[in-house]
Ligand binder design. Structure first.
Ligand code: AMP
Length: 185
């Protein structure tokens, strides 16, 4: 069975960078929910309109909306190793993921936590020049609050299931990438 991996971590943890490396260097198809939603907004779709307010406020879009998006996207990736970047982000999403993957004959092989302390997160995001609308001080604080409140419980969730792999995300990107590769072996 082709592996399915999830990347967890706070905003600014370098998940996106690491997802791109796993795509280029290890052949994963990466499914970045934040990127999918930004594309939907740019294209002016109905989905884009529904999620805009949540994203701009730094809040999560509702579970049912994002689970639907992931379900559709994963269905198109049969037979390929998949890396989920930015999903699941709540316990509800993690519970739903089992069903979504099971329907495709897949199962989650590992959840990799790219761990970075809050002060490093704030420093990094403020230095990021991608012009993302949600990269301003108030929104970053809200995204961090949401991360600790909604997403961090997944660390224990996946630990209990023996799927958690923890990587120090405060290192240089090359070292983080090497640690992720090692964690997946
Ligand atoms: P990201 O690029 O992963 O930081 O995602 C940007 C924004 O998209 C987040 O702040 C949320 O508003 C939304 N988003 C992305 N993934 C999810 C998810 N799994 N659940 C809920 N909202 C999400």
């Amino acid at each position: 069975m082709e592996p399915t991996i999830a990347l967890l971590g706070p905003p600014g943890s370098g998940k996106g960078t690491q997802a791109a490396r796993l795509r280029d260097e290890a052949g994963f198809v990466t499914l970045s929910t934040g990127e999918l939603l930004r594309q939907a907004r740019a294209a002016g779709t109905e989905l884009g309109g529904r999620v805009a307010g949540y994203m701009d406020a730094g809040d999560l879009v509702p579970d049912d909306v994002i689970v639907h998006v992931v379900c559709d996207a994963v269905g198109e990736l049969a037979g390929r190793p998949v890396l989920l970047d930015g999903f699941p982000r709540t316990v509800g999403q993690a519970d739903a993921l089992g069903g979504v993957l099971g329907g495709q004959g897949r199962e989650l092989r590992a959840a990799v936590l790219v761990d970075v302390p809050d002060d490093v997160v704030v420093e990094r995001i403020m230095g990021r020049h991608q012009g993302r609308a949600d990269d301003n001080p108030e929104t970053v604080r809200e995204r961090l609050r949401v991360y600790h409140h909604e997403t961090e419980p997944l660390v224990a969730y996946y630990e209990e299931r023996g799927l958690l792999r923890r990587v120090d995300g405060a290192q240089e990107p090359d070292a983080v990438a090497a640690d992720i590769q090692a964690a997946l072996e």
